[in-house]
Ligand binder design. Structure first.
Ligand code: ADP
Ligand code: MG
Length: 391
């Protein structure tokens, strides 16, 4: 089921009567979620992710804009009539019911032609329980389960009515690190098996990057960029997106372009053909540094972390905005650990520059061609999917 959001906007009245300022929680969200895909809705706390999800679910009414499931305009429908499954951060299971009763519960309210016999309800419940691998635990109470198991029950309960769309709001936030990893793989597997169009909300970029077909990055109610996780990482549209994706994070410097060269401090670190003279932010991904004794960019070595195959050099530079610079280099270059300074050359596709005022990306050299190729590829894939859908 394709989900289309058309200029979706949600404005909340002020919580503070005195200031009287309203909150634009979601601003003109315009997006089409392809059928059967998993979308990661990503952004810092307060950026409007939950509000978007609640509007799709019907729990909140948009101030303006429309929501379509396939060709159906569902904007005015109640949550019960939309055919959605919802999973929240806190599992919200009924404590006095067994796992089996919890999962079966949504089926008991079905009316008319949808009404199921007790036998069919049980059968359906066991099927989804098996899918999320809790069929051995059906007679337990929620308090007798681990957090990860409880969240599986919540997912089974969301799936039991065979929803058209599955909506997950930070479903892994209450789990410890190991369970979080495991459960996110599970969600991915379940989504692939059922092919239910799924929207997965998280503030954790790594989580979104690892399981999503597409990500949507939001800031202050406004969509910043959408695309395949790798494409957004490789080709961020602005400084916010560049900073939000990646661990360790991108290194950002105060810099300038002068005479078609990028300067950090007084070192010309890279060519920037066709870019006018101006102050810029320079972002360098950790994997964009190459140790070279004749390198153009000099940093002061503060320490080295060995991480098996790679090492991470921690260094400083007066123009750096982050307190330290982290580069990831080959373990063969371990000798830099003994030096006081390190010289780098930079990989052109790992260096981004941004306008100082708008913080929008300025494309230089090959980057514009790469950017256009990515946009074209995305357009072609979208068209191919639409043709497949019509067939
Ligand atoms: P997220 O899920 O990304 O953390 P939310 O969608 O919960 O963000 O919130 C987006 C913005 O809307 C925040 O500024 C939040 O304070 C505000 N907000 C959310 N719900 C309400 C509400 N019921 N009344 C007023 N403001 C709200
Ligand atoms: Mg939220």
């Amino acid at each position: 089921m394709k989900v289309v959001l058309k200029n979706l906007t949600k404005i909340f009245p002020s919580r503070n009567k005195k200031s009287g300022e309203e909150v634009v929680a979601v601003n003109n969200f315009d997006f089409e979620i392809p059928d059967g895909k998993l979308i990661g809705l990503l952004g810092p706390s307060g950026c409007g992710k939950s509000t978007t999800l609640y509007m799709i679910s019907g729990l909140q009414k948009p101030t303006s804009g429309r929501i379509f499931f396939g060709e159906d305009d569902v904007t005015e429908l109640t949550p019960e009539n939309r055919g959605i499954g919802l999973v929240f951060q806190n599992y919200a299971l009924y404590p006095h019911m067994t796992v089996k009763q919890n999962i079966m519960f949504p089926l008991q309210n079905l009316k008319g032609a949808d009404k199921l016999s007790k036998e069919d309800m049980l059968k359906r419940s066991y099927e989804v329980a098996e899918l999320v691998q809790i069929d051995e635990l059906m007679d337990r109470k929620p308090s007798e389960l681990s957090g990860g198991q409880q969240q599986r029950v919540a997912i089974a309960r969301a799936l039991v009515k065979m929803p058209r769309v599955l909506l997950l709001d930070e479903p892994l936030s209450n789990l410890d690190a190991r369970l979080r990893l495991q459960t996110r793989e599970e969600i991915r597997r379940i989504q692939r098996n059922t092919k239910i169009t799924t929207i997965f909300v998280t503030h954790d970029q790594e989580e979104a990057m690892s399981i999503s077909d597409y990500i949507v990055v939001m800031k202050l109610g406004v969509v910043q960029q959408t695309g395949k996780p790798q494409a957004v990482y490789d080709d961020p549209t602005n400084l916010f997106v560049a900073k939000f994706l990646g661990t360790p994070p991108i290194n950002v410097f105060n810099g300038k372009v002068s005479g078609e060269k990028i300067y950090i401090g007084d070192e010309a670190v890279m060519d920037a053909k066709g870019v006018a003279d101006q102050e810029v932010y320079v972002g360098i991904r950790p994997e964009g540094f190459m140790v070279d004794k004749n390198g153009k960019f000099t940093c002061k070595v503060e320490g080295v972390d060995v991480m098996g195959r790679d090492i991470s050099v921690i260094s400083t530079n007066a123009a750096s905005i982050n307190p330290v610079i982290r580069s990831i280099i080959s373990a063969d270059d371990i000798a830099v650990a003994k030096e006081t300074t390190v010289k780098y050359n930079l990989k052109p596709h790992k260096v981004f520059i941004f306008n100082k005022e708008t913080e929008n990306r300025i494309y230089f050299g090959e980057q514009l061609a790469t950017h256009e190729a990515l946009l074209k590829q995305e357009q072609q894939e979208k068209e191919a999917e639409e043709t497949a859908e019509e067939a």
